[in-house]
Design a protein around this ligand. Structure first.
Ligand SMILES: CC(C)(COP(=O)(O)OP(=O)(O)OC[C@H]1O[C@@H](n2cnc3c(N)ncnc32)[C@H](O)[C@@H]1OP(=O)(O)O)[C@@H](O)C(=O)NCCC(=O)NCCS
Length: 177
């Protein structure tokens, strides 16, 4: 992987103006990428995250809204997970993160995100394939991930890549009386 250190995101116009998908360069993220990654991941998940829906019903949790909670979550991801990024023309366009259970040779993919202005160009599929290849390099024989039932783009992508649905769950929330 290249060690090129670039930490900027494509502006809307940069991806909007590109007529063809550009070739991607994959590498592990380093600390200088984290600020741009944080921004990209939060904007990518804004339309679908359950944390935002919880805020709409219950309000911020102890004063922390969903964006702040995502920032805290991402700080933990960057500290504890394998984080891969994809760059195009010097900009971060996609990322994936995962942990590895060496005992079970199982990779847990936690996050997969494509910059909103770059979605629908095949980058998510490429990023997912690169993460699976990376997990295989780490000794994994299987991979697991979770996706909200109503995340149509995510579920279609995973099904089309051969993932098999093994369970469904519901995320419940309550203000403790
Ligand atoms: C889900 C996500 C990673 C897909 O990345 P992408 O680059 O937009 O998707 P791709 O262009 O690689 O498309 C791959 C497949 O996803 C599905 N897909 C992508 N966008 C879609 C949309 N708007 N509606 C329905 N299906 C869609 C299609 O099956 C597509 O394959 P096709 O083009 O052959 O039909 C991206 O949309 C994203 O970051 N979303 C927000 C974060 C997220 O949901 N992450 C996954 C959580 S589990």
């Amino acid at each position: 992987m290249s060690s090129l250190a670039v930490n900027t995101l494509p502006s809307d116009s940069q991806c909007y103006n590109a007529t063809l998908p550009m070739s991607l360069n994959f590498r592990l993220a380093n600390p200088s990428d984290y600020k741009a990654l944080e921004e990209m991941v939060i904007e990518a998940f804004a339309p679908i995250t359950w944390a935002r829906r919880a805020d709409q019903i219950f309000g911020p949790l102890n004063g922390k809204d969903w964006r702040e909670r995502w920032r805290l979550r991402l700080a933990n991801v960057f500290a504890t997970q394998h984080v891969l990024i994809a760059e195009s023309e010097g900009h971060i366009v996609a990322m994936a993160s995962a942990t590895v259970d060496q005992d079970c040779r199982l990779g847990y993919i936690d996050l997969l995100a494509v910059a909103p202005s770059c979605q629908g160009r095949g980058y998510g599929r490429q990023m997912l394939r690169r993460m699976l290849a990376y997990l295989k390099e780490q000794g994994c024989e299987h991979a697991h991930l979770e996706c909200l039932v109503d995340n149509e783009a995510g579920n279609r992508l995973y099904r089309s890549e051969g993932f098999v649905e093994v369970a469904r769950s519901i995320r419940w929330f309550i203000k403790i009386p």
